[in-house]
Design a protein. Structure first.
Length: 619
């Protein structure tokens, strides 16, 4: 606890290292190992790769060839049991953290994972399951049968009440599937079937609505199936009915008690959870759901956190604890910081309610990074077509020495839609210049005479002129034969999102009905789409607003794979002030209501780059 406290306070480890050892023999051993005659304790070192070489090789093949040696070295010797993996958007941070987390699990035991949002938690659980399957298959193909390993049991945990309701729903109406079940749970539910406790319960029961038991499934799955088969009882009868493809109605018609079945199912879920290799759940569930809290406090031998830059320090400590449990943090310091809802709020006397709001917006990833803890950085762009990350990289990651992977070559078939977008925009908008040869570049659509309305109550902004221009462009692009599912429209402001959603309901834009749901930048962090249309919702009269925040701007302009179209006012920042000098600072409002006199260098530089390269069209 003292060592963990020293780490979080950031005041160094001298006091702990010079504290008298509890055991003289331990002290002598430490002194001998350090070659010291003074009374100094060494900081603990944990290996996240304490497994045989064959498994390490199979695991590290998930990393890029140029990264494998240094990744091995980093994971093998983690001072304080702390690992930090950072990267910009599209660099494979989630996969790298998954590999490290699986190494931690194989080396130390059960691991608890969490993230700031349901989307990020589900995405990581799916990545863990996919990587575990690939690595296990790769290892087993090279080894005799007596050295085969099993897939990790990855559980995406939701509220237990919803998990039980989902099992009942899926058994009551086999043909309904997940969509029917989610309708029954209600719109407010975040439950999804894949990898949930309900999913694994149905796997054990042999339900045809989920995948069948695989050859190298986690041992507990086969053990529970054998236990149920061998012991007559309510679960035995339930499994017999389920395996036969019959619904819950058949089970009830045979005279079995549904309440007894529900109780037995809950107990089965608890048995599965107790043997989970990796539990992925939200911070709230890890704290409030009794079963998950028990896993956290009694079973977890390590914790893993993704999008850690977006998690406040109180939340991360609630997951990590205070005993220096081995921990992996993944994230990007240039992504959105922790949200502080009370920032800027004042009482009736005009006094600020939350006087530490700025401190609350600092994550543990920021703190540990600033304290000089060793960080593993990824350096190769894997997602975006070559050229699409250049502008953001120059402004947000100026010290990053990155390269594009071969998978980013614009000649690949997967980037055809990016070339289609380029051809469409050049043929539609005057005064635009083509992307450099061998690259695809972002495109700015300047809407002349943009009118921006500001909500007097919330301060949120909307621009009907920019929204209509974006919808018209997207509609015309889709009508060239492109699938609408490959497009998403994002906006910084919720008022603009509502305006876009309203426009999509108009018959005029019916071709966009299959498009991904419109979202704010905050709601879309960690996600991506082939083509992204961004509606800025700002003008020269309104000022840059949220877009003065470099983190928010970085996220907004890095969600694309094949193409990015920015719709707004290219003159939102006047190039010269009243005295002929460049405007340097603006009064800007950030989420929470605080107003700052802020620089807008990043936004100005991006606009200047787009103008200089001729990537601006006018409507």
């Amino acid at each position: 606890m003292a060592l963990h406290s020293a780490l979080l306070r950031g005041n160094g480890f001298y006091d702990w290292m010079t504290w008298p050892a509890q055991n003289t023999a331990d002290l002598v051993e430490l002194m001998a190992g350090l070659g010291l005659t003074s009374r100094v304790r060494a900081l603990p070192v944990v290996s996240f790769l304490s497994i045989d070489v064959d498994r390490i090789d199979a695991l590290l093949e998930e990393a890029l060839p140029l990264d494998r040696t240094r990744f091995n070295q980093y994971l093998s010797k983690r001072v304080l049991g702390l690992g930090i993996i950072t990267a910009g958007p599209g660099f494979g941070n989630t996969t790298a953290l998954s590999v490290a987390t699986l190494g931690m699990q194989r080396s130390l035991g059960q691991v608890l994972y969490s993230a700031p949002s349901h989307v990020a938690t589900s995405k990581f659980a799916e990545c863990l399951d996919r990587v575990s399957t690939t690595v296990t298959d790769r290892h087993n193909e090279r080894q005799p049968s007596n050295r085969h390993t099993r897939y990790a049991l990855v559980i995406r945990g939701y509220v237990i009440r919803e998990e039980l309701a989902a099992v009942s729903c899926l058994l009551a109406r086999l043909a309904g599937g997940e969509d029917y079940c989610r309708q029954q749970l209600g719109k407010a539910s975040n439950w999804r079937l894949h990898l949930s406790l309900a999913f694994w319960t149905l796997v054990v029961l042999g339900s045809p609505t989920v995948r069948s038991t695989r050859a190298h499934e986690a041992k507990i799955i086969g053990d529970l199936q054998a236990e149920i088969t061998a012991n007559p009882g309510v679960l035995h009868e339930l499994r017999r009915v389920v395996v036969g493809g019959k619904a819950l109605e058949e089970f009830q018609s045979e005279g079995h008690d549904l309440m007894a079945a529900k109780t037995a199912t809950l107990e089965l879920m608890r048995k599965i959870l107790a043997r989970a290799d990796l539990l992925c759940t939200t911070l709230a569930a890890a704290d409030k759901v009794v079963e998950y809290r028990s896993f956290k406090t009694k079973l977890a031998k390590g914790v893993s956190i993704d999008e850690a830059a977006n998690m406040n320090r109180c939340d991360s400590v609630s997951l990590w604890g205070n005993t220096l449990l081995p921990c992996l943090l993944g994230g990007d310091p240039m992504q959105l910081p922790p949200f502080v809802g009370s920032a800027g709020e004042k009482d009736s006397s005009g006094h600020v309610i939350h006087r530490l709001a700025e401190d609350a917006a600092i994550s543990h990833l920021d703190v540990l990074h600033a304290a000089g803890m060793p960080v593993y950085r990824l350096t190769q762009q894997l997602r975006m077509a070559e050229g699409l990350f250049d502008m953001v990289a120059k402004e947000a990651y100026p010290s990053a020495d990155f390269t594009y992977a071969p998978s980013c070559a614009v000649g690949l078939d997967k980037f055809d839609i990016g070339h289609d977008l380029e051809k469409f925009l050049l043929g539609t908008l005057p005064r635009a210049r083509a992307s450099p040869t061998g690259r695809l570049s972002p495109f700015f659509v300047h809407v002349s005479g943009s009118v921006v309305e500001v909500d007097a109550l919330t301060g949120s902004r909307r621009s009907a002129t920019q929204v209509k221009a974006a919808l018209k462009l997207a509609q015309d692009f889709v009508q060239t034969g492109v699938g609408a599912r490959r497009i998403v429209i994002l906006a910084p402001y919720s008022s603009n999102v509502a305006l876009i959603e309203r426009g999509l309901r108009e018959p005029e834009f019916s071709a966009l009905s299959a498009m991904a749901p419109v979202s704010t930048v905050d709601g879309y962090q960690g996600q991506e789409s082939d083509i992204v249309f961004v509606v800025m919702g700002t003008s020269q009269a309104s000022g840059p607003g949220f877009m003065a925040n470099e983190n928010r701007l970085t996220v907004l302009l890095s969600r694309q794979r094949c193409g990015l179209v920015i719709v707004g006012d290219i003159d939102v920042i006047p190039r010269q002030g009243p005295k002929g000098k460049d405007n340097d600072r603006f009064l800007v409002e950030v989420p929470g209501g605080q107003i700052f006199n802020a620089k807008v260098d990043m936004l100005r530089n991006i606009h200047n780059t787009l103008l200089t390269t001729g990537r601006v069209g006018y409507v």
